[in-house]
Design a protein around this ligand. Structure first.
Ligand code: CP
Length: 315
């Protein structure tokens, strides 16, 4: 097994296949830890994790807090609305002040693409990108591909559909990089305004389609994305009803899939828009499994960035 060589986790694009394998192998160990009656290990005792969330979050923020606590680190939560960002303090000054308190890790969610790279270049603390604009959301892709590997085994040749607002989605970009590195085929599906043809330039195993029905029978996994209204400056399609009629996954549409096709969603789900209510909670949905796996994957990332050794974890 390879060893971890990075100070930060900024994006999937910078990771090798071996890095992804190492994170997933380490997360497998932590899956066992989080199922024990006593869910805590002392690996990061004395370390400090600061969650700096300048954009809203439920899953990522809560699971990073829990992951740090399960590893016995001290954790501080900072929100954009209640921090001195509201008084005009810059990201650089904020980061330098947090580092002056001996923060070992800063987990950053920010609306600006590149915000995590900006801090990583200026601070000695490990920076973890918890989502930067429409650029990357690496821990989401790591937990998504971990969930697929747990369910499907080797992803080589597996066919993953990513459906919805691709243009504004950091989840889509990180998943495309991760899936290509793991040997999967990716078909992106959405309206032309939310899915430019240039996405095919990401790799020969990426296909762009603007209609859903004909590709459903080929899918091993369907990953639905919500429409990212917060990043859109104008209406990107005529009406929600039209979007649902063309791209919403309903029981009638899903009947065209193989019976074992997995349904995934990073959350939050807009029920009845990109995904029907019954399917979101149905037997093919692994949405909550993704959330549970997110805790193990984020423990693995904090552990490896802190110098932890995956082999020691298994012994
Ligand atoms: N998937 C995801 O990033 O969810 P949150 O915005 O709730 O963290």
């Amino acid at each position: 097994m390879s060893t971890w060589q990075h100070k930060d986790l900024l994006g999937i694009r910078e990771l090798s296949r071996a890095d992804i394998d190492l994170i997933h192998e380490t997360a497998r160990g932590f899956r066992q830890v989080i199922n024990r009656p006593i869910k805590k290990v002392p690996s990061l005792r004395g370390r400090t994790v600061i969650n700096l969330f300048v954009e809203p979050s439920t899953r990522t923020r809560a699971s990073f807090e829990l992951a740090a606590k399960r590893l016995s680190a001290d954790v501080v939560q900072l929100d954009g609305n209640s921090s001195s960002f509201t008084k005009g303090e810059s990201l650089k000054d904020t980061g330098r002040n947090l580092e002056a308190m001996h923060a070992d890790y800063i987990v950053l969610r920010h609306s600006a693409a590149g915000a995590s790279h900006f801090l990583a270049d200026r601070l000695g603390a490990s920076i973890i990108n918890a989502g930067d604009g429409a650029h990357e959301h690496p821990t989401q892709a790591l937990l998504d591909t971990f969930t697929m590997r747990e369910r499907l085994g080797d992803l080589t040749g597996k066919h993953v559909l990513i459906v919805g607002d691709i243009l504004f989605s950091r989840v889509a970009r990180s998943n495309i990089w991760a899936l290509l590195k793991l040997g999967a085929k990716v078909t992106l599906v959405g309206p032309r305004t939310l899915l430019p043809e240039r996405f095919t330039e990401l790799g020969e195993n990426v296909t762009v389609r603007h209609e859903l029905d004909s590709v459903l029978p080929e899918a091993d996994v369907i990953m639905l994305l919500r429409i990212q209204h917060e990043r859109q400056k104008k209406a990107m399609f005529p009406s929600l009803g039209e979007y649902i009629s063309l791209f919403g996954v309903t029981p009638q549409r899903f009947a065209e899939c193989r019976p074992d096709t997995l349904i995934m969603h990073p959350g939050p789900i807009n029920r009845g828009v990109e995904l029907d209510n019954a399917l979101a909670d149905g037997a093919n949905s692994v949405v909550l499994e993704q959330v549970t796996n997110g805790l193990a994957v984020r423990m693995a990332i904090l552990y490896l960035l802190g110098g932890g050794n995956a082999q020691e974890l298994q012994s």
